[in-house]
Write a protein that binds this ligand. Structure first.
Ligand SMILES: [Zn+2]
Length: 202
């Protein structure tokens, strides 16, 4: 049976994403499977990683302990060592970071057709509006649009700036449909849950 994976807490300055993921774990009754680099919770239909960047969440930094943006460190064809802003530091090589390696292992073992990656639109160098950014095929477009409608977010197909080494690109290259949620960063943890939480229950 195919499952959906939700990933949150990729960027430590976006703790609302992690808060929402932990609430979902609670209300949907997921069980903790492992907690080596990050917590990995599972159930029959849904898996959740609420704290991909555990160090970043503990220290309110975008990057991990090595200052690496985990959403620029994925092993993809367009990974690049160049970065225009330290906030997007991609690391020394694709999948150089332990969190990335552990995530790729989970992705390879589970063949998820759909991943939902929760972020907030915390400003780094490119302003972006709250949105559901869809990197995927026609297969899940209807689901992506209905999720966007429920969340009252516009569905976009292009975030508007290059994101080499991102999870979205990894998904495109590995036949996974990826929905990246950029929730409103101005909301508190509780406000984020009450605005978006019920639309994320599966
Ligand atoms: Zn983010």
């Amino acid at each position: 049976m195919s499952k959906t994976l939700i990933i949150a807490g990729t960027h430590g300055q976006e703790p609302q994403s992690s808060f929402v993921a932990r609430k979902l774990i609670e209300v949907c009754g997921l069980k903790l499977r492992s907690s080596e680099h990050f917590d990995f919770y599972t159930s029959d239909k849904l898996d959740i990683i609420p704290d991909l960047n555990r160090y970043g969440l503990e220290h309110a930094t975008r990057g991990n302990i090595n200052g690496v943006d985990l959403n620029r460190n994925m092993p993809v064809s367009n990974w690049s060592s160049e970065c225009s802003n330290p906030g997007y530091y991609p690391g020394t090589a694709p999948a150089s970071e332990p969190e990335t390696k552990a995530l790729v292992k989970i992705l390879e073992a589970n063949n998820y057709p759909v991943i939902i990656s929760i972020h907030t639109n915390h400003f780094v160098a490119n302003a972006n509006e709250p949105q559901l950014n869809y990197d995927g095929s026609e297969r899940s477009l209807e689901f992506a649009q209905s999720l966007a409608d429920r969340l009252e977010l516009p569905l976009t197909r292009d975030i508007g700036y290059p994101t080499p080494g991102s999870l979205g690109t990894y998904c495109m290259e590995n036949n996974i449909d990826c929905m990246t949620l950029e929730l409103d960063d101005n909301l508190s943890n509780e406000e984020t849950w009450s605005r978006y939480g019920k639309s994320l229950r599966f």
